[in-house]
Design a protein around this ligand. Structure first.
Ligand code: GSH
Length: 214
């Protein structure tokens, strides 16, 4: 069975932010059996030799499937969808290339500025130069949203007309856009987020996040 290595005991404002929601959401969409290995962040269990066996960076998520381990949320999400043979185009097709393009766009092109605004508003809010840093990241985040808004103006999902694993990646990246300015001029992105986060599988994954073993 697939095990998702997650964390608990983190501050409540990180609910919906911690990246372990990505594989858990997908597993819920697929109705695949899985279990969660909870790591207590207060005890730095995600830095323990046991966890580092699955993710050498000491981060979450990690996944294990029998004796096979994987880290990086996008790689885990694609592995799980491939294993199910659902919510992802067949490997080697153009459709799959486009799907993967949007996964990389999520974690590479969109995540950085959107996440940095979140960091400026939270962890880094009292650091020197934060106002300038935030203004720069906000401008970049809004520029990315303008592109996404155009893309999403004529289709319901990021890689086409059907929900796919690429939406799990894009939506969970867009969840970092807690500063209202980021999405203010992106009505199609807002509608897309609403469409995807209202899915029962997302709501289940969100409810499970950070729950811990208790
Ligand atoms: N690129 C990685 C990022 C993983 C990552 O930064 N995870 C955070 C939680 S969202 C983490 O484990 N932070 C705890 C730490 O670095 O100690 C992925 O997408 O899986």
């Amino acid at each position: 069975m697939i095990t998702i290595h997650s964390t608990y005991n983190f501050p409540p404002f990180l609910k919906g932010i911690v990246r372990d929601i990505r594989p858990v959401w997908l597993l819920e969409e697929l109705g695949m059996p899985y279990q969660v290995k909870w790591n207590d962040v207060q005890k730095a269990e995600h830095k323990s030799p046991e966890h580092v066996r699955h993710n050498p960076f000491g981060k979450v998520p990690a996944m294990s499937d029998g004796d096979f381990s994987l880290f990086e949320s996008a790689a885990i999400v694609n592995y799980i969808a491939d294993k199910a043979g659902k919510l992802i185009p067949k490997a080697g097709t153009r459709e799959r290339a486009v799907h993967d393009q949007w996964c990389f766009a999520a974690v590479n092109t969109v995540e950085q500025p959107v996440f940095d605004v979140f960091v400026c508003d939270t962890f880094a809010k009292d650091t020197p130069g934060v106002a300038e840093r935030r203004a720069n990241s906000l401008a970049n985040a809004k520029a990315r949203m303008a592109v996404l808004d155009k893309e999403l103006s004529d289709r319901a999902y990021i890689a086409g007309s059907a929900f796919s694993a690429a939406d799990v990646m894009m939506v969970t990246v867009l969840a970092y856009a807690r500063a209202p300015e980021i999405l203010a001029d992106a009505p199609h992105v807002r509608a897309y987020l609403e469409r995807c986060t209202s899915r029962p599988a997302y709501q289940k994954a969100l409810a499970l996040q950070g729950k811990g073993p208790g």
